[in-house]
Design a binder for this molecule. Structure first.
Ligand code: SAM
Length: 275
């Protein structure tokens, strides 16, 4: 199968075999500069995704059609973001899918928001709360670049004062004091609804778990995902010497009407189930 034809205005991932890549919007009147030389956009228009373009210094760059993960990792960032490895599990453990109604606090750079917006299409919605207007602008730009802005409503509100939405499917929490959002999350969620929290420190995890169990949440389980790159090449494959060793702990829970919960780590996503 031939790749799609690249037009003026298309978005392209310019990929170098030297391990660098750039997400660019083709503007046939301009050129794009890399440290491997410049590329004239006019030479890209009419090529297909998968084709090669040469810089003015003769370096070959591959024209790839961007995937969601490329947009996420090339987002404009002014805050800590949620990484793809963590987003993957969050989507599965919360059951986010087409039609889901999701409430999120805080929006930050909108990386998690963008990913979730992609999965709730076409009939779902993400309601995202953010206290800092300057981050809202960044998140909006990131959402617009990937064309997902219609699936998100960003509110410049403090989520600890409560969410406007009720009977929602999922609440996502990525703020410094997540335990202040347990009651708002409980009030917003439907019975059995899922909560996921992104927690950079173990202290946050401990405090949040206690608060969740005091407030009717069950199946509270906490994990950390380590993504270890492997350099796979003939006769000399081994783990990379470098990795991003820590992003965040992830905590998942479900809303119930149980009064007292004395359990810990039930049904963790590693497949183990307590007996
Ligand atoms: C780590 S960032 C979120 C990053 C985001 N998940 C992403 O992937 O780009 C945390 C954000 O929460 C916001 N925040 C903190 N407390 C909040 C609250 N009570 N209500 C709403 N937003 C809050 C902060 O201003 C900050 O932008």
């Amino acid at each position: 199968m031939l790749g799609r034809i690249i037009e003026n205005g298309s978005t392209v991932l310019l990929y170098s075999l030297k391990g660098k890549s750039w997400l660019i919007k083709v503007d046939s009147k301009n050129e794009f500069h890399t440290h491997f030389g410049a590329v004239k956009f006019s030479e890209i228009v009419g090529k297909r995704y998968g084709d090669i373009v040469k810089t003015n210094s003769g370096q070959e760059l591959i024209l790839l059609e961007p995937l969601l993960v490329d947009y996420l990792m090339k987002s404009e960032r002014r805050t800590q973001i949620v990484y793809p490895k963590d987003i993957g599990l969050i989507i599965l453990e919360t059951g986010i899918g087409p039609g889901s109604i999701v409430v999120e606090a805080g929006t930050g750079s909108g990386v998690l928001t963008t990913a979730v917006a992609n999965f709730v299409r076409p009939s779902g919605k993400v309601y995202s709360y953010e206290i800092r207007p300057e981050f809202i602008e960044i998140a909006k730009r990131n959402l617009k670049r990937v064309g997902l802005e219609d699936y998100v409503i960003i509110k410049n509100k403090d989520a600890s004062h409560g969410f406007d939405e009720k009977e929602v499917d999922v609440v996502l929490i990525d703020v410094g004091a997540p335990w202040t959002l347990v009651k708002p999350a409980f009030d917003a969620l439907k019975g059995g609804g899922a909560l996921a929290a992104i927690l950079p420190t173990i202290n946050q995890a401990e405090k949040l778990a206690v608060e969740l169990k005091k407030n009717g949440f069950v199946n509270v389980n906490t994990v950390e995902l380590l993504c270890r790159p492997i350099e796979a090449r003939e006769g000399m494959s081994r783990p990379s010497t470098r990795m991003i060793a820590h992003t965040a702990y992830l905590m998942f829970a479900r809303k119930s009407f149980l009064k007292v919960n004395t359990s810990y780590n039930e049904n963790s996503c590693d497949g183990s189930e307590k007996v």
